[in-house]
Design a protein around this ligand. Structure first.
Ligand SMILES: [Zn+2]
Length: 1091
């Protein structure tokens, strides 16, 4: 083919213009220094070649800079001339049409014989932290931090569409779902194509990257399910990989439950103890097979990769627009041409990582927090690296994802080391233990936990009434609870305005759920005639502030034949008897149960301490002072059927028979004996009257007896000079016991249902120890705060329960409310621990409880929210209950953890009120209480209030009902952890075995649940067993499962799991610690409440 005149002209121009460049290149090899004029001259000649992209992005800024930077008049003239010439030549270049884009070959796949560097482009988008979730999404409040997730997604999608080899992973569905809903159908189709071809891959796939220390496992399952269902619905995809890169320590529940049981093939994270990491680098054990559960053993293993450094790229490979890493400059005309240099850097970094990694596959996390806001700046560099590194050939670089990486690891046929237990606590250096956040923001942690149990119950009630897709429904609570599990949400490590934002979202969700509950109870209690249902709709009130003794319906005065109706709902599958307490205005009351019988009840005084707290916080939360002041607590024992409700009618006593019994109140200084015994049932607590403290614990039934002390102390937080104690970090510099200096007196309240011991330990710690006649544990209700800081010292408040048990440095804490893990003081199973922080380094997260034991007894403590805890002395359990600090710990939040509550502009340090529960059992008997009562703490009785005029409630309403077969109850080792009507009309049922293997002689056995009896009024059409997050059938998940080779897996006992569900018998079996998830299609035979 001949050349046209136009082409010929271009060649001539190019030849002429090339000449000075060759000259220049020759010259620079001869001389180190090039004079300024020569540079200037050549730079303009060089510009001729650089068409479009190169000129726009590389050359123009240089041109601009040299034009401005200190040029003399003579130079300016020369420059003007050169500009004219170069402009002409650029024109010729365009006119000639011969300039080309540089095409980079990014198609590289895995190379079997080389070190493969898997480049995984990612952005870590916190669902709230320094800014709220909305602010991060929209890019608002950028003065705090320039972060806009919308920009990330917009620019990533466009960069992916530019080159079919580029890949990206996305993790946080709370953000992605918002973005997705705003896109056009056209773009959605393109994004679907990206997902279907594996160029955009969802990993992790929950609404957020949840924390692993402080959430309850039910919340973890719920938030993962919500995200996975979105991905399935919109894309038909099932995430394969867990990506928990940022949480500050890692739980075994994450590995086996939210990993293996979800169907993940692998899990990746970054943060681990620095000593552990150092050792694993040497041993090449940063990648392991993690077996998180003793009970499920090898049937629930997960390949787990820990990054050798953080979740960002090796130094020098970050390419956000303001990053300082040198970009590849690959045009020979650029003075800073650096291809070989950068390829060398790349190879060196790859080899360093390969030296601590098994197999010839390594992963680079190409991104970090809120990156890819201008995605092409990363992809441009990665395109070039892949191109040039592979031309170089020493290592193999490719666009990849964690799934591709996992498959490569699996194909390598390596035998991997086994990891059991978990990765707590996490320290990133000597004095920096991330164990403060186990307790940070205790009020928010308590709120999240309370709403978790409420959410579970509200979903059940929503199902029984029938879900209303257009609302009100439980969706907004589900969404709010999902993002509250984020690793800067329930962890307490966000800024204050973000914490308030999470709480507000939950409270908005609660309002909807409260309506669902009220409507459903109105529906379920309505009997035959439909007009009574109409009449009772919306008459149920609930009392979310009951914990601070504020409950307007129960405080009302019921006169003139009116009475208070209390409907009590039990969301557990077994019967319960429990004392209910409500504030009331009269002490002359009669309580009648569902069958109309008067039942025993007790009136207790409300002390000033509670009333002050109540009045202040009602004003703070509701903006108005309460109109009434209740005078008493009324306690009565509610008896509940499984998954059902009972009704209690409370009215003024017309006669003294059957009237509530008034408690007797005495103080220890009026008692002449040295000791005083508290407790009207099997459990007795002995107090020394002169010291005003607990000394002994006796159970007359189990014959357990031993010394027991109960104390409070505080740690003073280290200040800001070195490593401070802060939202994340616990760094005590001293311990101070809190003696009950001001008042040694005990106030003892006694009555037929319960005894209470009130202690004002100091001006900011108040404690009530409660012993119920029919229970064998002590319930401790504490009120702490405002923690004084006027001495300039931040404080972390702890309580100690001390016994004489010989516990040999060992104690046990739960993992997200599920499996218990053995902890040994100053010891780690995986490496020789160098002890630098003897207190903070022995703290562990507690969600359900902790226990210690010796050869004859076990002491258990259960909690009502996530806290940190330790056993620093044999026989003792310590819990951290509250923290107020004065320095930032320099881990990013940039704010001091100093929570306050304000009424108008009057702010004071946060007060918290909470409970923990103590019990001692003979050795081997503690699990029964920890598991069964632990579930009751998680799912407290739900109270709804209405009013009766006259005496006709019973005639017009169903006063007691179990939603399951009247003769049936779930075994005491199983719980329904989800019963939810999905948008599709299917029912999601999740059943959990509550015991571990070997934990209890009676209950650590196979349990079975009869589905027909769970749905007595409905016909079960179809039961499909699903994976944990409900996005695929269990059988499909099992089929795909990768069987990793594991070194050091010892002989294990046979794993017990339930078998298939026979479609006729419909019985579900559950082995210890097993959770099974089902989709059930039901036909409605009849509605509850109908004939
Ligand atoms: Zn994060």
């Amino acid at each position: 083919m001949g050349t046209s005149p136009k082409t010929r002209l271009t060649i001539i121009v190019l030849a002429i213009s090339r000449a000075p460049v060759y000259l220049y290149q020759y010259y620079t090899t001869q001389q180190d220094q090039v004079t300024h004029n020569r540079r200037l001259f050549l730079s303009f000649w060089g510009s001729i070649f650089l068409c479009d992209d190169h000129i726009k992005h590389h050359f123009k800024p240089n041109l601009h800079r040299s034009a401005i930077a200190g040029t003399s008049m003579g130079e300016a003239k020369t420059m003007k001339w050169l500009l004219n010439i170069s402009a002409l030549l650029v024109f010729l270049c365009f006119w000639g049409g011969e300039c080309k884009y540089m095409v980079y070959d990014t198609s590289q796949k895995i190379h079997a014989d080389k070190i493969n560097v898997h480049l995984v482009p990612h952005s870590h988008d916190d669902v709230g932290w320094l800014k709220t979730v909305d602010q991060y999404y929209t890019g608002a409040n950028n003065s705090i931090r320039g972060a806009c997730v919308q920009n990330v997604l917009d620019s990533v999608i466009s960069a992916l569409l530019d080159d079919k080899n580029r890949k990206f992973i996305y993790v946080e569905i709370a953000f992605f779902e918002r973005w997705w809903n705003q896109q056009s159908e056209l773009l959605k189709a393109k994004v679907k194509e990206l997902v279907n071809t594996g160029r955009l891959e969802f990993i992790n796939g929950g609404m957020c990257m949840h924390d692993e220390a402080t959430p309850h496992y039910i919340d973890l399952i719920d938030q993962t399910t919500l995200g996975h269902m979105f991905i399935l619905r919109e894309f038909g995809q099932k995430p394969r990989v867990g990506w928990q890169i940022d949480p500050f320590g890692h739980s075994s529940v994450q590995a086996y439950l939210l990993g293996a049981e979800v169907g993940f093939d692998s899990l990746f994270f970054a943060r681990m103890d620095y000593q552990d990491r150092d050792k694993r680098k040497i041993d090449k054990t940063l990648e392991v097979v993690w077996q998180g559960s003793k009970s499920l053993g090898s049937s629930s293993q997960l390949f787990t990769g820990i990054f050798p450094r953080h979740y960002d790229p090796p130094d020098g490979f970050t390419f956000e627009i303001n990053d300082v890493s040198p970009p590849i400059q690959d045009d020979v005309l650029l003075f800073d041409y650096n291809v070989q240099e950068r390829v060398n850097d790349f190879v060196a970094a790859a080899m360093a990582q390969a030296n601590v990694t098994r197999t010839n596959h390594i992963m680079w996390c190409m991104g970090t927090d809120f990156r890819y806001q201008y995605a092409v700046s990363w992809f441009r560099q990665m395109d070039k690296f892949i191109h040039y590194v592979n031309l170089d050939g020493r290592v193999n670089a490719l666009y990849s994802t964690p799934s591709i990486y996992t498959d490569a690891k699996f194909a390598a046929n390596e035998i991997w080391p086994l990891k059991t237990d978990d990765f707590f606590p996490y320290a990133d250096k000597e004095n920096t233990y991330w164990t403060g956040y186990f307790t940070s923001r205790p009020a928010f942690k308590g709120y999240v936990r309370a709403m978790s149990g409420y959410h579970l119950a509200a979903r059940q009630l929503e199902f029984y009434k029938g879900r209303n897709n257009s609302g009100p429904n439980t969706d907004s609570l589900a969404n709010a609870m999902a993002i509250a599990q984020h690793h800067d949400a329930v962890s307490g490590t966000q800024r204050q305005h973000v914490a308030s934002d999470y709480a507000m979202r939950i409270s908005i969700g609660y309002e909807d759920a409260e309506k669902v509950v009220a409507e459903s109870l109105a529906f379920l209690t309505s009997s035959r005639s439909s007009d009574s249902y109409e009449k009772s709709v919306a008459t149920f009130q609930q009392c979310p502030l009951l914990n601070i003794s504020y409950c307007p319906p129960s405080e009302a005065v019921y006169a003139n034949g009116k009475s208070l109706v209390v409907v009590v709902y039990n969301s557990l599958g077994w019967k319960r008897e429990e004392v209910v307490r409500i504030p009331v205005s009269s002490n002359e009351l009669i309580v009648k149960s569902s069958d109309g019988k008067e039942i025993e009840s007790q009136i207790l005084p409300i002390f000033n301490a509670s009333l002050n707290m109540r009045n202040y916080h009602v004003k703070a939360y509701l903006g108005k002072s309460p109109s009434n002041t209740p005078k008493y607590w009324l306690g009565f024992t509610a008896s509940l059927p499984p998954l059902g409700f009972s009704t209690y009618i409370i009215s003024n006593a017309k006669h003294t028979d059957g009237r509530s019994r008034m408690s007797t109140v005495s103080t220890s200084d009026s008692i002449s004996d040295e000791t005083v015994v508290v407790g009207g049932g099997n459990l007795k607590l002995i107090y020394a009257t002169n010291e005003g403290k607990l000394t002994r614990y006796i159970n007359n039934r189990s014959l357990v007896e031993g010394s027991m002390e109960h104390s409070y102390s505080y740690y003073s937080g280290s200040n800001g000079t070195d490593q401070a104690s802060g939202a994340y970090i616990f760094r005590p510099n001293a311990t101070f016991p809190i003696k009950s200096q001001e008042q040694k007196d005990l106030t003892i309240v006694r009555g037929p249902l319960m005894d209470e011991v009130h202690q004002q330990l100091n001006s900011w710690i108040y404690q009530v120890t409660r012993v119920y006649k029919d229970k064998e544990h002590a319930e401790v209700e504490f009120t702490i705060g405002p923690i004084p800081i006027d001495d300039g010292v931040g404080k972390e408040i702890t309580t100690q329960i001390t016994t004489s048990l010989k516990t040999n440095k060992t104690f046990y804490t739960d993992s997200n409310g599920r499996d218990f893990i053995k902890r040994v003081r100053d010891f780690r199973p995986d490496w020789e621990l160098q002890v630098n922080e003897p207190i903070a380094g022995n703290y562990y997260p507690i969600n359900l409880g902790a226990y210690v034991r010796d050869e004859s007894m076990e002491l258990s403590v259960l909690v009502d929210r996530a806290v940190g805890g330790a056993s620093l002395v044999d026989g003792q359990i310590e819990l951290m209950l509250h923290r107020r600090l004065l320095y930032d710990d320099k881990k990013g939040v940039g704010e001091v953890l100093n929570e306050t509550v304000c009424v108008l502009n009057d702010c004071k340090g946060l007060m918290i009120q909470g409970k923990y529960y103590i019990r001692i059992d003979p050795l081997g008997n503690g699990a029964k209480w920890r598991r069964t009562y632990g579930q009751e703490i998680y799912s407290p009785l739900l109270l709804a209030f209405s009013e009766q005029d006259g005496n006709d409630w019973k005639n017009n309403h169903v006063s007691s009902l179990s939603m399951i077969d009247a003769s049936y109850s779930l075994p005491n080792n199983t719980a329904i952890i989800t019963l939810q009507e999905l948008e599709s009309g299917k029912v999601l049922l999740r059943l959990a075995h509550l015991y571990e293997v070997g934990e209890d002689k009676d209950y650590s056995v196979m349990a079975s649940v009869e589905l027909k009896k769970l749905f007595p009024d409905r016909k079960i059409k179809k039961v499909t067993e699903m994976n944990l997050s409900g996005n695929q059938e269990r059988s499909e998940m099992e089929k795909k499962k990768l069987a990793w080779k594991v070194k050091g897996s010892s002989e294990e006992a046979e794993i017990v799991r339930g078998g298939g569900v026979d479609s006729e018998k419909l019985v579900v079996e559950l082995g210890p610690m097993e959770i099974r998830t089902f989709f059930i299609d039901l036909d409605y035979l009849k509605m509850f409440g109908s004939v």
